[in-house]
Design a protein around this ligand. Structure first.
Ligand SMILES: [Zn+2]
Length: 183
């Protein structure tokens, strides 16, 4: 889901055991957020990226609210974003592409053209019995977000990197306790 990618790329905090400052990433944003069906690198400025970061920080609050059990807050945050970004489905055809569905106004600014569909995607999750599947990584020194698409809905980590980190730490702790204080 784009919202996960954008939140994790653009919001500072901790990622997989390290501090993550999300700075100087215009180049990476350009490379990562290609328009659908295109490998044309968009002409995205630092200002565009800062605008998108503002949205990313607010989208992050949706994941955090669900993770904290504040679902009412999460839904209100999403409704506000839907209103502000004027999210609405519209069929469009441009640049010799076939007709396709956008979730943002055709004249939306670049950051808004990303924020509107991301808010829409979160709205779909929150309006569904699976709404609790928005999460924040529980590994130490990590606060990256995820959508749990596993069958049992028991996901706790943003990535296999974090899952492996926690497993390895638990293994080392068991080794220490089984070998005793002199080992
Ligand atoms: Zn993590």
């Amino acid at each position: 889901m784009s919202a996960v990618r954008v939140v994790n790329l653009l919001t500072p905090g901790y990622a997989r055991g390290r501090q993550y400052d999300a700075a100087d990433i215009t180049g990476q944003v350009r490379a990562d957020l290609l328009p659908r069906g295109s490998n044309r690198v968009p002409d995205v400025s630092d200002t565009d990226v800062e605008e998108l970061r503002e949205y990313a920080l607010r989208l992050r609050q949706v994941f955090v609210a669900v993770d904290d059990g504040r679902v009412d807050d999460a839904c209100e945050y999403v409704n506000t974003l839907l209103r502000e970004t004027r999210a609405a489905p519209v069929l469009t055809r441009h640049d010799h592409e076939p007709w396709h569905l956008h979730f943002h106004a055709i004249d939306a600014a670049w950051a808004t053209s990303w924020a509107a569909p991301m808010a829409t995607a979160l709205a779909v999750v929150l309006g569904n019995p699976m709404f609790e599947r928005l999460g924040v990584c529980t590994a130490p020194s990590c606060d990256r977000v995820f959508v749990d698409t596993s069958r049992n809905g028991a996901r706790r980590f943003c990535s296999t990197a974090c899952q492996n980190r926690v497993k390895a730490a638990a293994f080392r702790a068991r080794q220490r306790s089984s070998t005793g204080p002199t080992g």
